[in-house]
Write a protein that binds this ligand. Structure first.
Ligand code: DC
Length: 222
């Protein structure tokens, strides 16, 4: 198969990572969860008492963060200054902090550079908010996933329940709406469908059907 890149964008809970992971397994290529990189920046700030509202302080701390993605049999692991933070970054607090630091130009610049480097010489699937618009403008295939807020909150609810994390559906709905707003209304690289992206509404579509659909779309372009 020729080298390819797939950009998957969309709001929180639209199914990006579940679909991207399955596709990467099927197509035998690397999957990069770019949200995990922004979450690591937010996590670092929370751990080191760096005020999230202080853009300069967050920017100044960037050189202190060594963020490394490792691709293992079980998928991507993310290391922050040598610590495996793959699990610790999955809390609602870290998600909100990631959404905040992701509004800063210096943070976006540093992350985008690393992401573009990763995609240079290998077939790759990347998911995030600005992959089709900024990181991989020439991607072989761009997909924009959506789903209703109710459905996305319900997915998160089930995910937290499975992990034994206490939560309630109404607050999850509010959290997701707030994050949607912050991610879509920021000035730099807001969450936006690329003009040439194919929109897929995952609200009522089974995951395997979506994966098959994207696989077929890719085959048509190789
Ligand atoms: O996909 P996620 O929920 O793990 O992302 C966490 C936050 O990071 C999200 O609210 C917005 C930000 N993000 C971004 O701005 N650009 C990306 N490419 C990926 C994530």
């Amino acid at each position: 198969m020729k080298t390819f890149s797939i950009a998957i964008d969309g709001p929180a809970g639209a199914g990006k990572s579940t679909i991207a992971k399955k596709l990467a397994h099927l197509l035998q290529c690397i999957y990069v969860d770019t949200g995990a990189m922004y979450r690591s920046v937010g996590y670092y700030c929370l751990q080191n008492d760096i005020a999230l509202e202080d853009e300069q302080a967050v920017g100044a701390a960037l050189p202190m963060m060594e963020i490394i993605l490792k691709h293992t049999e079980e998928g991507q692991r993310i290391f922050l200054n040598g610590e495996d933070v793959s699990q610790s970054i999955r809390t609602a607090e870290v998600a909100a902090s990631a959404s905040k630091v992701a509004t800063y130009g210096a943070v976006r610049c540093a992350m985008v550079e690393r992401q573009q480097d990763m995609a240079k010489s290998t077939s790759i699937i990347m998911d995030g908010r600005d992959i089709g618009t900024v990181v991989l403008p020439f991607a072989t295939l761009k997909v924009f996933l959506t789903a209703s807020v109710e459905e996305r909150a319900m997915r998160r609810f089930k995910e937290y329940e499975e992990k034994g994390i206490p939560c309630d559906l109404e607050s999850l709905k509010q959290e997701i709406s707030l994050r949607d707003q912050q991610d879509s209304e920021r000035e730099i690289s807001p969450l936006k469908k690329a003009e040439d992206a194919i929109e897929v509404d995952t609200t009522h579509m089974p995951i395997d059907e979506i994966v098959k659909h994207i696989e077929d779309l890719l085959k048509g372009r190789l």
